[in-house]
Design a protein around this ligand. Structure first.
Ligand SMILES: *Cc1c(COP(=O)(O)O)cnc(C)c1O
Length: 364
């Protein structure tokens, strides 16, 4: 059996460091925000090459509060990828705004900057690129379009902890980056968690206010805020795991290059990495016209695989009111029918990945 993802095995690697961190929080008597969260925020900001980090309850909240801080509200439009996890779209909807999908570049699977301008209207307020599968989106042209049209840029970094765009870490290229620390992410907590990073002190302050009932001073509520705070326990756990993130990403990189070499020329599409991108391989996604048979073949050999994602947001019941028909975003729809994610994680061994490659070679 080769699991797609074994979180128990991943977290057990850090048990010796995690237990004292958990005990420290237990003994502190302080369980929400506080010193652990302050320390994590400062360490994660440094890691991301950003000036500020603000911890929140989860990745969806990070996106939602980020958009609110940028002034997105009812009647506004936000440009989103047609090819993403639905959270990206839901955050826009939670602001009362409308997600406006733009198709991906078919080589990188990330939003195609060349298609963005055609989607801009007088109501467009922001662009929300996603660094999908851990591969940075092409930010420079996106930022240039945003500047030209007076738009804000919030990046969805939920799959890209540690990735670099043109040598600089994802963290503050655009106005803000939203992060998720869902257990399965490259930097995962033992529960829910999220954060915003930014170089803008005022935006960071606004998030601090929004996450805590709209309050900067206890019992003084300047705006109608939310309860979206990061737990001290999760912060303490994330501080331990952050110290090992680069090594974990290095293992993912080694597995990715093993796949890229081993799967060349066998009739599946393997990921393309532009020379300006340093991906962190949250997922290793191949494409095949016979995806279902290929997945069944892997399954028979005891190899786990998943589909990210089988139904694009515009065809979900949740967005039926936007009245997109089948065929509205053909690239996203084609990807949904062909993508397959292979096992890749810091605890997969070279031998296991070789087995996956051999089994894929045997597929007829
Ligand atoms: C995981 C994820 C989110 C949401 O994060 P949660 O912490 O689960 O709310 C948002 N966007 C993308 C691309 C994700 O992969």
């Amino acid at each position: 059996m080769i699991d797609f993802l074994n979180l128990k095995k991943i977290n057990e690697q850090y048990e010796v460091a995690l237990l004292p961190a958990i005990q420290r929080v237990l003994a502190s008597g302080w369980y929400i925000l506080g010193e652990e969260v302050d320390a994590f925020e400062s360490e994660y900001a440094t890691y991301c090459e950003a000036k500020y980090c603000v911890g929140v309850a989860n990745g969806l909240d990070a996106l939602h509060l980020g958009l609110l801080a940028l002034g997105v509200g009812a009647g506004d439009e936000v440009i989103v990828p047609s090819n993403t996890y639905i959270a990206t779209w839901l955050a826009v909807s939670q602001c009362g705004a409308t997600p406006v999908p733009v198709e991906p570049n078919e080589a990188t699977y990330n939003i195609d900057p060349a298609r963005i301008e055609a989607a801009i209207t007088p109501r467009t307020k922001a662009i929300l690129p996603v660094h999908l599968y851990g591969q940075p989106a092409d930010l420079d042209p996106i930022l240039a379009i945003a500047r030209k049209h007076g738009l804000k840029v919030l990046e969805d970094g939920a799959q890209a902890h540690g990735a670099r765009y043109k040598g600089k870490r994802i963290g503050a290229h655009g106005d803000m980056v939203a992060w998720s620390f869902y257990p399965g992410k490259n930097l995962g907590a033992l529960g829910d968690g999220g954060a915003i990073t930014t170089d803008d002190a005022e935006l960071a302050d606004r998030i601090r206010e929004l996450r805590n009932y709209g309050s900067r001073v206890k019992y003084v509520n300047e705006v109608r805020g939310f309860n979206s705070r990061l737990d001290s326990l999760q912060a303490a756990i994330l501080r331990v795991k952050l110290q090992h993130l680069d090594i974990a990403n290095q293992v993912r990189r080694a597995i990715a290059s093993q796949y890229l070499t081993g799967l060349a020329g066998i009739g599946v599409t393997i990921p393309y990495v532009p020379d300006w991108a340093e991906p962190v391989w949250h997922l290793f996604v191949i494409r095949s016209k016979s995806r279902e048979q290929l997945q069944a073949h892997l399954n028979q050999a005891g190899i786990g695989s998943l589909i990210h994602y089988p139904i694009p947001p515009h065809l979900q019941g949740a967005y039926a009111d936007l009245e997109f028909s089948k065929g509205a975003f053909p690239i996203a729809e084609r990807l949904a029918g062909e993508v397959l994610s292979l096992p890749i994680s810091p605890v997969h061994t070279e031998v296991e990945i070789d087995t996956v490659i051999t089994v894929l070679h045997d597929f007829k």
